[in-house]
Design a protein around this ligand. Sequence first.
Ligand code: C2O
Ligand code: CU
Length: 497
Amino acid sequence: MQRRNFLKLSGLGVGSVAAGNSFISLLAGCRKDHHRGLKTEPVWVKEGDFSRLLSFPSTAGANHTITAQVTSTNLNGATIPVLGYQPNRMLGPSFRINRGDAVNILLQNNLSEHTNIHWHGLKIPALMDGHPDQLANAGGTFRYQFTVNQRAGLSWYHPHPHNKTGKQVFQGLAGLFIINDAEEAALNLPSGPYEIPLVIQDKRINNNGITYDPSMEEIMAGYMGESIVVNGVYAPYTEVATRYYRLRILNGSNARVYNLAFSNNADMVIIGNDGGLLSNPVTVKEILIAPGERLDVLVNFSGTATGTDLYLVSKEFAHGGDAQGVQSFRIMKFKVTSAVTDAFTVPANLSVINTIPSSSAVRTRTFEISNAMEHHGYPMNDGMKMRHRINGKLYESSRIDENVAANTNEIWVFNNSKGDEPHPMHLHGVFFRVLQRTGGRGNLIASESGWKDTVLVMPGETVSILVPFENNPGKFVFHCHNLEHEDDGMMLQYQLS
Ligand code: C2O
Ligand code: CU
């Protein structure tokens, strides 16, 4: 971001200073206009006609090669180039792995720039985690070898090369990583055709591919698209029977937050989140999901007559800042086509989530993520630096920001109380409990019990988490999962030792 360009665009250039604004009123003007003078705008979703059949990436096991490549697919009528980890579609295979499996995945990089893979939601050694330092050069490879030793859940994978993450993900690189275990299997949850993975993303589709060219305003708001794709299919439909389904949902968007609901106001039974099963199911009518977050949802179509069409939608929501939550739109269609009998009942108890007393925390670290003006360079001659920071700092790979002792519990506090943008904050290498949210929504939501790796901090909010750091030494990043914010520098490092 060039400061001069910023001043010109923001309408707060030299002229207005010379016109006699006091320093204070100049600052007030910035605050009022949000984002240091740049007003961000929503990107309005254009619904399709829901005539394309939902499809699924192939399934892969513990030994596999995935090839990051330019490929082509028909997203929206025309065949266009996209990025994928397999030919002829966006995304990569969905890994299905049992707890205890040794994984050996070779990343072949056939892109013309470096890339890597972060295994988002996997507790694995630092050198396998897809840290931005650990790259596969163009034409090169990186071998990921690790043992999966964590409870069942829906994790995912995506590139993490600093400054390029947003582009590579937006243009198609991501995939699911599903872990199964005996505890989950014993619940006999809907499976096979009744377990539906849904990767929800927004894209900007043009005749030549997927546009990724964020302006200053789009770096502020995050890059959003007008076309909602599910599993890489624009405005899809799927056929369902009159029974329970298990929807495994990833928000794989760069920046867009969804407030998921059903068009017929059906109950959504939340049974899991980022870190796997909750202790007990929670029934809601709508649920927010931020970039990077996952949901495990049971929905019962048994009360719906065959021949009925209903939709997974995103409803309007509050506290999203200027650019988010201002529109309701449909995401995909469920056509109820067959009548069956279904004996499934939702288990009352899903898993055991041990309580960790907050008093066990050996220290509290506070992270200022408001990116409000007063935390940035003053006075004006130092520029109203409009970058996304944590505690005033931009990502620097050679700097360790936080030193954490292995096998200790800590409270981390993300303070967005003065901010005006949503920030989904993500820690690598650990799962955490969400303790408290003050300001903004003021409460935890149904998906925030159990184990999380990403937590949404809306404008005005301060969110505290309890992190049990285990003995997995090394250097890990933590960052905002709005990928434009992350690429802009809203990422720090902790060293666990
Ligand atoms: Cu899914 Cu560091 O991110
Ligand atoms: Cu952010």
